[in-house]
Design a protein around this ligand. Structure first.
Ligand code: CTP
Length: 474
């Protein structure tokens, strides 16, 4: 028996397909990942059946547990159900390609080899028989096992054909290369370069799924560099593509912002799996191309790129079909604040500047500091050590102030209700004025972040703007 079929789920499936007298095989990601000894949190098993995949799915589910719900996707000729940790998907072998984005029904039945050759890559076309008499037998007509050994991504057919069947596969090739640390075979990569424009027919939802899979890799820069080299990046993410190149004038050069951004992404990826922190790292300098300026005295500058960058995020998220929710706001906030700790570390670190940063970053302060540290991509070791030392100092200061003043989740010690009651006024502009005077005084360190001091200031401020506190409130 083959090691990839150790789980008892395969024994049960084998019994069903053998009893039904249909040939069936485990194929695709399960086989690939098993041979690579990759552990997957989601256990997806793809079964290809020489016959009616939907029928066999229903029969298998019934044998396992009559209450299992089978989801049928008639147009794709597939059916799936969950069993414990497993998601088991059945498909009838076919001559037609897997047009997942298409609404056209899949009709033409085929042999196992027909099915294998219409898959994306040789390493995803490996099949293992689950019928009783041939249980565990390998079927590898395109030498996928060898490609796994050589760490190569290659299409089973002429790549132009495979990519024309589904152009998303061009990005998938790059995603697998990044995820598995494989290289893309020259002919396959040449075809991606040649057919890059065809990506335009693929839905943005499918593209962003692949892009996110690249971002969560250990070294996502590999994927972005391949996307750039192939010409795909220019089409699917022009704002990022626009960052490449070194700016030069009068012997003064500014680093390649694209390479810098993907390096920052790699750096942050060593510390976090948070997809949105990774997006923030990739996008932190996104406004550099639109804010770049050169003068003889100061050389290259990118004034306000953090602010303009944060304003660009909603548009980018909308176009990429990323969610326009609190995750987007988080990315915006980090992009907007990404220079603040650097500025702090370069100047005399005043308590009030630290308090303001804590107030604005709130609970995201640790992520912001991680982003700033990842942003150090200098090759000059002395410089790097100096920057890191500065940030350590800023972190110490942040901790010190937070312990003293508890600003991180700032709640005004005197709230609107108290102001209204004290002065017997209605909600309105005055309440806002007093609240912001209290907040500013706390952030500037004029009063402590405590109720009594804030209340005193409230009374004083109120009087200043012509309000009279009720008798019992002074
Ligand atoms: N497939 C394909 N072309 C696509 C998508 C999928 O040929 N555009 C085939 C491949 O054989 C793939 C299988 O369908 O192995 C299952 O696809 P999917 O679940 O998307 O990928 P996996 O290979 O399982 O890998 P992962 O779970 O890492 O995405």
């Amino acid at each position: 028996m083959h090691i990839c079929l150790n789980d008892k789920v395969f024994k049960t499936l084998s019994e069903v397909v053998t009893a039904e007298e249909v040939k069936a095989f485990v194929i695709g990601g399960w086989v690939r990942d098993c041979l690579l000894k990759r552990d997957h949190p989601e256990k997806d098993i793809d079964i290809v059946v020489i016959g009616n995949g939907i029928e066999i799915a229903k029969k298998s589910a019934r044998r396992i547990d009559p209450d299992i719900k089978v989801s049928v996707f008639k147009n794709f000729g597939t059916a799936m159900f969950k069993w414990g940790n497993f998601n088991i998907e059945f498909v009838g072998a076919r001559k037609e390609s897997y047009k997942r984005g298409s609404r056209k029904p899949v009709v033409e039945n085929g042999t196992l080899e027909d099915d294998q050759k219409r898959r994306d890559f040789t390493i995803n076309a490996l099949a293992i028989s689950i019928n009783k008499d041939t249980f565990g037998e390998f079927l590898d007509p395109f030498d996928g096992i060898n490609d796994l050994k050589k760490k190569i991504i290659r299409t089973p057919l002429n790549p132009d054909r495979t990519f024309s069947d589904d152009p998303l596969r061009m990005i998938r090739a790059i995603r697998f290369a990044t995820q598995l640390n494989f290289s893309i075979e020259a002919g396959t990569f040449g075809s991606i370069t040649k057919n890059a424009e065809r990506i335009r027919i693929v839905s943005q939802e499918r593209i962003i799924t692949e892009l996110n899979k690249i971002i969560v890799c250990d070294h996502p820069s590999t994927g972005f560099i391949l996307l750039e080299k192939s010409g795909l990046l220019r089409i699917i993410f022009p704002e990022l593509d626009n960052m490449k190149g070194v700016y030069k004038k009068e012997g003064k050069a500014h680093k390649d912002n694209f390479l810098h951004s993907v390096k920052v992404l790699d750096n942050i990826s060593k510390h976090t799996d948070n997809l949105w922190l990774r997006w923030a790292a990739l996008l932190h300098d996104i406004a550099k191309p639109v804010t770049k300026k050169y003068t003889q005295e100061t050389g290259w500058s990118f004034h306000g790129h953090e602010y303009i960058g944060s304003k660009m995020i909603p548009d980018i998220f909308r176009k990429l079909k990323l969610p326009l929710n609190e995750n987007m706001k988080y990315v915006q906030k980090l992009v907007d604040l990404h220079l603040r700790p650097i500025v702090l570390s370069q100047e005399e670190v005043t308590d009030s500047a630290v308090r303001r940063l804590l107030f604005e970053a709130g609970d995201d302060i640790d992520d912001l500091m991680a982003l700033c540290e990842a942003d150090i991509t200098s090759k000059n070791e002395t410089k790097k050590t100096q920057h890191l030392e500065n940030f350590r100092y800023v972190r110490r200061k942040l901790k010190e102030i937070e312990e003293k003043d508890a600003i991180r989740n700032f709640q005004p010690p005197v709230d609107g209700d108290e102001i209204i009651k004290t002065f017997g006024i209605k909600p309105g502009k005055e309440v806002g004025l007093i609240k912001s005077a209290i907040r500013e005084a706390i952030l500037d360190g004029i009063i402590p972040n405590e109720h009594d001091a804030a209340r005193k200031l409230m009374i004083r401020k109120g009087k200043e703007i012509g309000l009279t506190p009720s008798d019992d409130s002074t």
